[in-house]
Design a protein around this ligand. Structure first.
Ligand code: ADP
Ligand code: ZN
Ligand code: ZN
Length: 727
């Protein structure tokens, strides 16, 4: 603060982060008729000819500007972004090189971002009061009163579902005939299984040191009972009055998952993308106020504020849904580790197929491995078998030996899961006369043929086209669907197994989690059936009667040029295989391949995921790739290829100053700029520049030195730190 200016002037200057790119924090003055907002509260401010909601990030600011705009309104008396999350936001700004205002906008629930009042709703459970005097009641009021008297405490939505109205409820409330009350605590009636020795060792290890930062990797084979370990690790934390954050992959947050927690503990809240903005905000606020013991949520739940957090669990930590793939490209798993560190807590990362990042942390002794090597409850791990597809007859992807195996399992009253990671009917429509292929007008991509509804669909930009009668090049009537999609294999299975129910599960049949639940409910009745589907089938589901899993095309994933492709393929195969034989009957996994000698596949089958992953990790270390070396990917895209390429070339020049020839000094490698493998998508040309560095400090110094030029808005670019997709 300078001496010649009166101090009061600065005391009314605050800094506001606004959700805008580039310069995201601005100084404003607080007019004397308004209270000075606290750091972390929302403030309405004039910004670029509009009014926007920003977050106060500093008060008593020394400003170089002589004239400041006044703020318009302070929306909160208390911080909606508590100090811990504010610190996390600053950290993310530095780590992901993203503007603070937009980081804060990502952290806040949508309702709060849009200016909703941050107040916990009064409870919406109702019971009758003991009326002091009795009014003559209208018929509908009497009916509602009697209903409550008979049934005890009822939830508002249940009353509405039973045909009563909010208005009747309000009338009775005004007359003090009914009152709001807290929800009844559900009886905890489950008898938990007795932990196996391996489970008990894992539980004891974590619960022995609850007050200190320590990451654990719970590496448990599919069906090994990881959830039981979570539940018993959570118990002492909740008993101690502390809270627990449980992150699950997008597709795994089902009523079943929630039920497993809610049957053991009171006060379980949920956060996922199918909730309304209002519901999400309510969970947020209740958790912040300490009214919830456990919050289970998907990616963005990592930003939940807690009154007293005691433990974090990340289930299926390898899952790609934890990484946001656009905008602020954060990893919820990595942020969860950061929060555990700040709050001095244990964090349990669970998976049957851990990411190489997590295995590397174990190797560096930053994380402790807790192995669960066998299935709980005595179930056997499934056996793997390969089918060499070279020269093999097949019907829409089902080879003759596979057909025979499927029949054997169905005859023995088993269920069959057929995995094919490609939706649609056929990935190519090809002219047998001249070789022409149907391609997207806006992308460098082939169109996928779909039936029911019939059409050609671009899986990259979602454009739909009519199926041409004749070849568009030679005009002959010789168009052929080539390759396999789930619709085609479903058709083939229906022809082969006429009497068996067949359920297809992919993004075309199953858009909502309710649809998924409905399909699984039918399967779990236990009658012989065949499921055919994409990776939606692979994740975390428990099908007790599936005895056979068939992987139709194991090669596709291993052949991708992305350096993570082998890791991802192996995870997918092991996860989908893990659906077999989870209960009393043993399971088998049959894998069709055109490359039975593919070293990745052979290693996976002979040594399991653990053996595969160790070798793969050593390869990455040798090649100087993540997780051994930190990576960032700079992407640029534009309607004009030259603009995107030139921008990355400029960045490359700026980054080049961080290169050193000295072998002992940290240095950086710059690969590119190169066109992305799928260069044109939705008529935009995409380029990328890969940055690899010796260590994190070096990476962040380099990225911070990028000088962002003023560019035309049609030229978009981004920094992806620790990219999941490197293509
Ligand atoms: P994972 O998440 O590791 O794949 P789950 O937690 O879904 O495995 O557990 C698989 C099955 O084993 C569940 O039906 C679960 O109830 C059961 N289970 C877990 N622990 C035990 C145990 N100690 N004894 C018997 N059954 C168990
Ligand atoms: Zn043709
Ligand atoms: Zn397209």
């Amino acid at each position: 603060m300078t001496k010649d200016k009166p101090e009061t002037k600065h005391s009314r200057v605050i800094q506001i982060a606004v959700p805008r790119p580039l310069h995201a924090v601005y100084d404003y003055s607080v007019p004397t008729d308004l209270d000075i907002p606290v750091v972390g509260s929302r403030v309405k401010v004039p910004f670029a000819r509009t009014i926007t909601i920003g977050i106060c990030v500093a008060t008593c600011v020394e400003t170089p500007h002589a004239k400041l705009k006044d703020i318009h309104e302070v929306l909160d008396d208390e911080a909606v972004v508590p100090a811990e999350l504010m610190a996390l936001a600053h950290w993310m700004t530095d780590y992901y090189h993203y503007p603070l205002g937009e980081v804060l906008a990502t952290i806040l629930p949508a309702a709060a971002r849009k200016g909703a009042i941050c107040r916990i709703d009064p409870p919406d459970h109702w019971r009758t009061t003991k009326p002091v005097f009795s009014n003559p009641r209208a018929k509908t009021q009497q009916a509602l009163f009697d209903h409550l008297k008979q049934n005890g405490t009822c939830a508002g939505p249940d009353l509405i579902a039973s045909g009563f109205s909010r208005q009747t409820l309000r009338k009775l409330l005004e007359q003090q005939q009914v009152e709001r009350c807290s929800p009844p605590i559900a009886p905890i009636d489950e008898t938990p299984p007795i932990p196996t020795d391996a489970q008990q060792r894992a539980i004891s290890t974590v619960t022995a040191r609850l007050g200190a930062f320590q990451p654990y990797l719970l590496e448990g084979v599919t069906g090994s009972g990881k959830t039981e370990v979570y539940l018993r690790t959570i118990a002492p934390v909740v008993e101690d009055g502390k809270q627990v954050l449980v992150l699950v992959p997008e597709i795994a947050l089902t009523p079943q998952t929630l039920g497993r927690f809610a049957r053991r503990f009171p006060g379980v809240g949920m956060l996922h993308s199918n909730m309304t903005d209002h519901e999400r905000l309510q969970t947020w606020l209740k958790c912040s106020a300490g009214e919830l013991n456990i919050v289970i949520g998907t990616r963005s739940a990592v930003f939940t504020p807690f009154a007293e957090l005691g433990l974090i669990i990340v289930d299926e930590e390898h899952d790609s849904s934890y990484k946001q793939q656009e905008g602020l490209r954060y990893s919820a798993r990595d942020l969860a580790i950061k929060r555990a560190q700040t709050n001095k807590l244990p964090i349990v990362l669970g998976s049957a197929t851990p990411s190489l990042e997590s295995l590397y942390n174990v190797q560096l002794e930053r994380s402790i491995k807790l192995p669960l090597p066998t299935r709980a409850g005595g179930a056997q791990m499934p056996k793997y078998r390969l089918i060499d597809m070279r020269g093999q007859e097949h019907r829409d992807g089902i080879s003759t030996p596979l057909e025979r195996v499927i029949r054997t399992h169905l005859d023995a009253q088993g269920q069959v899961l057929v995995f094919l990671n490609r939706r649609g009917f056929a990935p190519t429509l090809l002219c047998a006369g001249c070789g022409w292929q149907a391609t997207c007008s806006d992308c460098d991509a082939r169109l996928t043929l779909h039936r029911a509804p019939r059409g050609l669909v671009c899986h990259h930009c979602s454009l739909k086209f009519q199926v041409p009668e004749n070849c568009e090049a030679c005009r002959k009537n010789s168009l052929l669907p080539v390759g396999l999609g789930t619709q085609r294999t479903e058709q083939g299975l229906m022809d082969l197994f006429k009497a068996t129910p067949i359920y297809r599960v992919d993004r075309d049949t199953t858009r909502t989690s309710q649809q998924l639940e409905a399909q699984f409910a039918k399967v779990n009745q236990g009658d012989p059936c065949i499921m055919i589907g994409t990776q939606m089938l692979a994740k975390g589901h428990h099908f007790p009667d599936v005895t056979l899993v068939a992987v139709l095309n194991a090669d596709a994933g291993f052949l991708s040029p992305d350096f993570r492709a082998p890791e991802r393929s192996a995870q997918l195969i092991v996860q989908v295989a893990g659906r077999a034989g989870r209960a009393k009957r043993p399971g088998e996994v049959w894998i069709q391949t055109f490359q039975p000698e593919n070293p990745n596949l052979v290693r996976l089958i002979e040594q399991g995921y653990a053996g595969f992953a160790q070798m793969e990790l050593q390869d990455r270390i040798k090649m100087g790739l993540p997780p051994a070396k930190p990576m960032a990917l700079l992407r640029a895209e534009s309607p004009n290829a030259k603009d995107a390429q030139e921008l990355l070339t400029l960045f490359k020049h700026q980054l080049s100053v961080h290169k050193t020839e000295h072998p002992a000094r940290p240095t950086i490698e710059l690969l590119g700029p190169v066109p992305a493998p799928l260069t044109r998508v939705a008529n935009r040309y995409r380029y990328q520049l890969m940055v690899l560095t010796t260590n994190r400090k070096q990476l962040h110094q380099a990225l911070a030195s990028i000088k962002k030029p003023k560019t035309h808005y049609s030229l978009r670019w981004s920094i992806d730190v620790d990219p999941y997709d490197s293509l």
